[in-house]
Ligand binder design. Structure first.
Ligand code: HEM
Length: 485
């Protein structure tokens, strides 16, 4: 059918292809070795299915953005079987009408014009983060994750997340399960669909998928129905789920789909944003010079009696560069999310078949030494530009790296993520020095960026750091501001 050549790649094993190599931990590391050996387009197979790994952003731009008509699909997990999560969860939907209406709903909530209205909430939640860090600095790992979770929870459901931590724990559990389920090669039945014909008693994964679906739908439906009840008393209630209920009839959204749209916002936004902040804490402990440089800039605008606000954002070029570098150095989703082709295609003389899984390796793109010299070092200076364009800072934070993906499936939350990360980072650096903890002999304890989780997203495992207040005046400002709300 094709006149063109096959994309280079390692020779597949009989029947299983590269299933067992790809499924090893940190697949982005395996793909990094393939990139160095075979070049920026590599093909591997999972038991007959093609997987193409892109390591050059120009190829990803051409295929996933310019040829988006062919390259924007996704595939439900065979593993999840008949459970609704498969055909309702935005990030797994093929390119169809359900996806278009879900993305339109997300766009309404997350477009730049809308997120300007969320600043007050970003101030309150980041102030709570500072307060938590003053009261219990050793629990930083939890506080830092709680900040985006409580922010997005309030945006999605119009109320504060309960203090008992139960909803947060369930959410962390849901996205931890999801990111491991969707990792290429994670479940054998997704690699060998033939296994799906086995009866239930030989298919333990079906029971597990059912249990996960029930827990998700319990959380999402409880929260969404609660919004509906509150809207009866308060028709002007402002939140994403309230707008979804308003539009339900017009857009023809069934109840279960509505629950999943609301829940997806919470889950997709929380995991990526929270782990990005954990990487930030690690970067500051590893690169104290960078921390001091950012603090110099922050101090030139906000004294110890003034909590940082977005008013300084446009002028704080070093902090903007630091956040870009954070998204480059530690991409939340090192392999983005897979895109699937809906038709045969040819590119650069290579054949790409219908049904191919196309992976943009953000990890490899961010380690291209020509574009990012000394790429394993955290160095915001690489993003410092003399003449920034007139674009707003939240837009600028999303540029110059590939951390939010490509084309029609690009992250719809990137403006919100840029601003939330900015306020949390700037306020933490304004208030604290972040330092590695010392062992009993007074030596700084080892912090290793390689010690991180593996899956679709990657977060550093807990590491020992101290949040040291920069002055009594800073702490006083935090406490007084918290008392006022
Ligand atoms: C630092 C924070 C974040 C990072 C690094 C990030 C990164 C990504 C990436 C790489 C993708 C896949 C893009 C592709 O397929 O090409 C994605 C998809 C997605 N993101 Fe984000 N994201 C972040 C925050 C958020 C937030 C705050 C929200 C919502 C409140 C969100 C909602 C989504 C959704 C719904 C998708 C799936 C889109 C689709 O399948 O069409 N993300 N994100």
């Amino acid at each position: 059918r094709f006149k063109s050549r096959e994309i280079p790649g390692p020779t597949p094993h009989l029947f299983v292809g590269h299933t067992f190599q790809v499924a090893t931990i940190k697949p982005w590391k395996y793909f990094e070795t393939l990139w160095h050996r075979y070049g920026s387009m590599v093909k591997v197979t999972l038991a007959g299915d093609d997987m193409v790994i892109l390591s050059d952003p120009a190829d990803a731009e051409e295929l996933l953005a310019r040829r988006a008509r062919i390259y924007s699909s996704r595939r439900p997990l065979i593993y999840a079987g008949k459970y609704q999560s498969n055909n309702l969860r935005l990030s797994l939907l093929p390119y169809n009408d359900v996806l278009k209406r879900q993305r339109a709903a997300f766009h309404q909530m997350l477009q730049p014009k809308a997120i300007g209205g969320y600043e007050t909430l970003q101030y309150t939640q980041s102030l709570h983060l500072l307060g938590d860090l003053v009261r219990a600095p050793s629990d930083y790992y939890l506080h830092v994750q709680r900040f985006p979770a409580s922010l997005i929870f309030k945006l999605a459901f119009g109320e504060s997340m309960k203090d008992d931590g139960k909803d947060l724990a369930t959410a962390i559990d849901i996205f931890t399960g999801f990111v491991s389920d969707i990792t290429p090669g994670a479940h054998l039945c997704d690699t060998f669909p033939i296994l799906d014909i086995l009866p239930d008693f030989l298919s333990p994964w079906r029971k597990e998928a059912k249990r996960k679906h029930e827990r998700e739908i319990e959380l999402y439906s409880r929260l969404s129905l609660n919004v509906k009840t509150r809207m009866e008393k308060d028709p002007g209630l402002e939140c994403f789920t309230a707008r979804l209920w308003d539009q339900q009839k017009r857009l023809g959204i069934p109840d279960e789909e509505l629950y999943y749209i609301a829940g997806s916002a919470f889950i997709a936004g929380t995991d990526t944003s929270s782990l990005t902040l954990l990487w930030f804490v690690m970067a500051m402990a590893l690169y104290p010079e960078t921390m001091r440089e950012a603090q110099k800039e922050i101090d030139s605008i906000f004294d110890s009696h003034t909590l940082p606000t977005f008013a300084g954002m446009q002028d704080m070029l070093y902090c903007a560069a630091l956040i870009k570098e954070l998204l480059r150095w530690a991409p939340a989703a090192p392999l983005s999310l897979p895109h699937y082709t809906d038709a045969d295609d040819e590119y650069k003389g290579y054949k790409i078949r219908k049904g191919t899984m196309v992976i943009s390796s953000i990890w490899n793109m961010h380690h291209n030494e020509d574009e990012f010299p000394d790429s394993y070092t955290f160095n915001p200076e690489r993003f410092l530009v003399q003449n920034p364009s007139s674009e707003d800072s939240a837009t600028l934070i999303g540029e110059g790296h590939y951390g939010f993906g490509f084309g029609r499936r690009k992250c719809p939350g990137h403006h919100l993520a840029a601003k939330s990360t900015w306020i949390a980072v700037v306020r933490m650096l304004w208030a604290f020095n972040i330092e590695p903890s010392k062992d009993s002999s007074g030596k700084p304890m080892k912090i290793d960026p390689e010690d991180c989780t593996s899956g679709l997203t990657s977060r550093p495992k807990p590491f020992a750091v101290n949040f040291v207040p920069r002055s009594a005046a800073h702490m006083e400002t935090i406490m007084t501001a918290e008392d006022r709300i």
